[in-house]
Design a protein around this ligand. Structure first.
Ligand code: OOG
Ligand code: NI
Length: 263
């Protein structure tokens, strides 16, 4: 569990410093007597052999995580898996990848050129998971990618890092409903992702989720700095199954909308 904690501490540092500075404030607003439980984090990548989902999963598998679910998002051309650790206190990990081969020839070529720049050795150390971008990119390429796939633009600009942490609201005393967390955060100046409704999912699918809209963060491109969507914070309420355990999976229809927190 110590290695899990170390990895998540490093992911949190990168997430709050580089991708989502407002996360510190959300974390402080929701923390009660007990430390906040992180339900899961998410990572994004391209399905090219050098950087595919399996490459990002490997450091988690090495510390005890197991693959637990597969998800497909046809319109967005994404495939995802989630991973769980035998210790239920360890956050789940949701990793998605863009099916680059289904995209335009122009996108494919640009993405391959970026990924080719990444030094192979970087992937031998788990620190690449929170190391950001391993390539240079100009803002015109970023705009071209983002116009075809918001997801492709995001990965090309930011590289590797947790794009969100997630408060499991089951533990909170102050709030029992995701809707009430949203209300509280709006009152504190946060924008909530309204795509597909402010709360995604319902008790029937045993998972309800919402998220803030991503922070705008400064990213350095070859031709200058641009402010673009970075990371966001998510809130999840899990319902108990017949066996009494909380439902542990993800819900495709809801996840599809959570992705749009970086639009
Ligand atoms: C992942 C979106 C899906 C969830 O909890 O369903 C997700 C992403 O934005 O990379 O996090
Ligand atoms: Ni999530």
């Amino acid at each position: 569990m110590e290695r899990v904690e170390q990895l998540f501490n490093a992911l949190w540092q990168d997430y709050t410093q580089r991708l989502c500075p407002s996360a510190e404030q959300v974390h402080a607003l929701l923390t009660e007597d007990e430390p906040l439980l992180n339900d899961h984090i998410a990572l994004r990548t391209f399905n090219l052999p050098k950087v595919g989902l399996d490459k990002l999963a490997a450091p988690f598998i090495a510390i005890g995580y197991k693959p637990c679910g597969q998800y497909r998002f046809e319109a967005k051309k994404l495939y995802a898996e989630h991973f769980e650790h035998p210790n239920p206190a360890a956050p789940k990990v949701f990793i998605s990848e863009l099916m680059v081969g289904q995209c335009s020839a122009q996108l494919q070529q640009a993405v391959r050129e970026l990924v080719n720049q990444a030094p192979e050795a970087a992937f031998h150390d788990p620190s690449f998971l929170y190391g950001g971008r391993l390539w240079d990119i100009d803002s015109e390429t970023y705009e071209m990618l983002a116009a075809e796939s918001e997801y492709a633009g995001w990965v090309a600009a930011h590289g590797f890092g947790a794009n969100h942490f997630t408060v499991r609201i089951n533990q909170l005393e102050q709030f029992t409903e995701v809707r009430d967390v949203n209300h509280f955060l709006r009152h504190n100046g946060f924008a909530i992702n309204e795509s597909g409704g402010e709360v995604k999912g319902d008790p029937e699918v045993m998972l309800e989720q919402s998220s803030t809209m991503a922070d705008k963060v400064a990213v350095g491109f070859l031709d200058g700095v641009k402010h673009i969507p970075g990371g966001f914070y998510e809130f999840a309420k899990r319902y108990p199954q017949a066996d009494g355990e909380l439902y542990g999976g993800f819900v495709e229809a809801s996840a599809d909308k959570i992705f749009e927190s970086t639009n």
